[in-house]
Ligand binder design. Structure first.
Ligand code: SF4
Length: 261
């Protein structure tokens, strides 16, 4: 174990991972391991407001000690960001938690398929949660606020292909619905986009109100979006049992409020 490998991480409790389809056994307390950099610049994201330089610095040795503490509560870990695949020591950290038989949920923007493939080939990740920034290249590029569109489109499609073809991993794809941007037919467009992935969990987040950035984004009316998703599943029964709606912010804390269709 090298003392030279040091990384700033925000380790804190998370309530659960958004699997909601019984794909993460013993989905009790989850330890979130946050990494402080991202290659996207989504304007609605609060990430840029965090004092990343204040994250504690860990060596692999001190990380493993922290893992020992956390294992008393559960073996569930969520690696998130920023973008966790930018962490040069991500595989080292995952190997440590996997030594103890932990379950790993990796939350990614999907921009780095090669890294994801390596992690899956080494069986270091159980569920990949991928947030889709748009329903087409232009929308994704505008939302991610980046110049290299392949990072938020072609690479993301490649990541979905890789995860869905991997027999040991599960794919959860999230799309955020914002009032004024989101229309009911967008659910069908997303359904078409995800049709090559027969086992994907299709997850809609109703945007949690956010005043940051130039534009205020808000979610849709809770019952309106519920009915939209309900009608979508009626139109597309192939998504029954694997379509999930987070219609309000409380869903992040109380899994009983998450709707599974
Ligand atoms: S990809 Fe995620 S962490 Fe990065 S800026 Fe966008 S919302 Fe924030």
């Amino acid at each position: 174990m090298s003392e030279e490998k040091k990384v700033r991480l925000l380790i804190r409790p998370a309530h659960f991972v958004p699997n909601v389809a019984d794909r993460f056994n013993n989905n009790g307390r989850v330890h979130e391991v946050g990494y402080g950099k991202c290659n996207f610049r989504c304007e609605f994201c609060s990430f840029g407001h965090w004092a990343v330089e204040d994250y504690p610095e860990y060596t692999l040795e001190s990380f493993e000690k922290k893992v020992w503490e956390l294992l008393r509560y559960s073996k569930n870990f969520r690696f998130a960001g920023g973008e966790p695949t930018l962490n040069p020591y991500l595989a080292d950290l995952l190997r440590i938690v996997k030594i103890y038989g932990s379950q790993v949920f990796l939350e990614t923007n999907g921009s780095r398929p090669d890294i994801i493939k390596e992690l899956l080939d080494e069986k270091l990740v159980d569920i990949v949660g991928l947030s889709l920034k748009g329903l087409n290249r232009e929308e994704a590029t505008a939302t991610a606020n980046i110049k290299k569109s392949e990072l938020c489109w072609e690479n993301v499609i490649e990541t979905m292909d890789i995860v869905s073809q991997h027999k040991d991993a599960t794919l959860v794809v999230t799309y955020v619905a914002c009032d004024g941007y989101f229309k009911e037919e967008d659910l069908d467009i997303l359904g078409e986009l995800l049709s090559p992935y027969p086992d994907v969990t299709y997850k809609i987040n109703n945007c949690y109100d956010d005043n940051r950035g130039d534009k205020k984004r808000v979610g849709l009316d809770k019952s309106e979006i519920y009915k939209m998703v309900e009608r979508f599943v009626e139109r597309h029964p192939e998504y029954k049992g694997r379509t999930v709606l987070f219609r309000e912010h409380d869903c992040c804390f109380d899994s009983s409020k998450i709707a599974l269709f």
